[in-house]
Design a protein around this ligand. Structure first.
Ligand SMILES: Cc1cc2nc3c(=O)[nH]c(=O)nc-3n(C[C@H](O)[C@H](O)[C@H](O)COP(=O)(O)O)c2cc1C
Length: 366
């Protein structure tokens, strides 16, 4: 298996990467009281040493009272968490790595089995945790503008700490996606509406505020998905026209890079073409894109959570699409969670040394 084309450099504004491999954001819950520990720093640095081009951090939450449902998920605000992140980026830089934090607000989510709850009710566009079921409060316009500000502040802090880009988590049924998705966004003010384009306003405001906070040359990635944890089969955009009406305003607001989350990168987005989500996003917006989803593995990550073991799989189909210019970067999740050296092994053609992924790998941070 040779994949030398993935080891060409990539440049986007001030971001310079030595190759096309991105570590996908993966929540690990190893940051007690929201503070990343030295072990977290070592975990990311080892992926940089293993030849990952761009590390996207696990989702790290912005400064809102109920942005998280787990006290072990890192914060991206406050003195101690930001000092923890400074130690992470310094360690990643020391081994030549490049990193972006993934900025996150969960929106309305269920409590964890531990029963831990944030100091305020979960908040979202209309209070729905799943379609038809209230699990939190509907945000006021003040809540919305404070949340927009919280994302912008976190992005400014990321730049000050020395990160090379930011990623905004707009996917998987969390806050920003709850605004995109009609079943969870039933608002009748300017943040709701019958069309996806209308429901994109909240995200557009966040991107504009982030752009203002980081300046013109600092790359902003937006992670988006059609699927949601609440509904794997959901589709925000059912046609290329709807996708264009969704993504073009976001590109105009300042997104440089669309990180297009699919469970399986080879699934076509619309009938009549084999283009995947990242392929369509690039074609419709002209922006750079990242593909993701079961790269190098036999089974998808939700099956892995259910206990299915995924085994290594050829990169041929990925490379066919990459060579065609469908996307610029390739994010890899579980293989890099389980094996810090995955990218180097691919580069050196050591495919016999690639390992399987099983959910036991989630229990430790190494
Ligand atoms: C343990 C774990 C935690 C994850 N946490 C996040 C997260 O914080 N933010 C996010 O956007 N996606 C998250 N994901 C999804 C991954 O970024 C990625 O899209 C998914 O694992 C598919 O890639 P893979 O098949 O290479 O693992 C997570 C996935 C896993 C396995």
């Amino acid at each position: 298996m040779t994949a030398q084309q993935l080891f060409q450099p990539f440049r986007l504004k001030s971001l310079e990467l030595k190759n096309r491999i991105v570590m996908a954001p993966m929540t690990r819950s190893f940051s007690p009281e929201g503070v990343p520990t030295p072990k977290v720093a070592a975990y990311y640095a080892s992926r940089a040493e293993g030849e990952v081009g761009l590390i996207v951090s696990e989702g790290t939450v912005v400064n809102r009272p109920a942005s998280s449902n787990d006290p072990n998920i890192p914060h991206f605000y406050g003195e101690r968490p930001l000092a923890g992140w400074k130690a992470v980026i310094d360690k990643v830089h020391a081994v030549g790595g490049v990193m972006a934090p993934q900025l996150w607000h969960m929106g309305v989510v269920a409590a964890k089995p531990s029963g831990w709850l944030p100091p305020a009710p979960f908040e979202g566009p209309s209070g729905y945790v799943v379609p038809g079921k209230i699990g939190g409060v509907a945000m006021t316009e003040d809540d919305i503008s404070e949340t927009v500000w919280a994302f912008a502040q976190a992005a400014a802090d990321a730049k000050t700490l020395g990160f090379s880009a930011v990623e905004i988590h707009g996917a998987h049924g969390y806050l920003i996606d709850q605004f995109f998705w009609h079943p969870t966004n039933q608002r009748i003010d300017g943040y709701g509406g019958q069309t996806l384009a209308e429901r994109t306003r909240f995200a557009v405001e966040i991107i504009r505020a982030v752009r203002k906070a980081v300046g013109p040359d600092f790359p902003i990635s937006l992670r988006i998905s059609q699927w949601k944890l609440q509904d794997y089969a959901a589709k925000l955009a059912t046609t290329p026209q709807e996708m264009e009406a969704w993504l073009v305003p976001l590109a105009e607001a300042g997104v440089d890079l669309f990180h297009c989350s699919q469970r399986r990168f080879w699934d076509p987005e619309f009938t009549g073409s084999d283009l995947n989500f990242a392929g369509w996003a690039k074609k419709l917006t002209g922006k750079s894109t990242i593909t993701v989803g079961s790269v190098g593995l036999s089974g998808d990550f939700l099956a892995a959570f259910q206990g299915e073991t995924s085994t290594p799989r050829s990169l041929d189909e990925l490379l066919r699409r990459f060579d065609r210019g469908d996307f610029d970067l390739v994010a890899v999740g579980r293989p890099l969670l389980a094996d810090a050296g995955w990218s180097r092994k691919i580069h050196e053609g050591r495919s016999s040394e690639l390992t399987s992924f099983s959910k036991e790998a989630l229990a430790t941070l190494s």
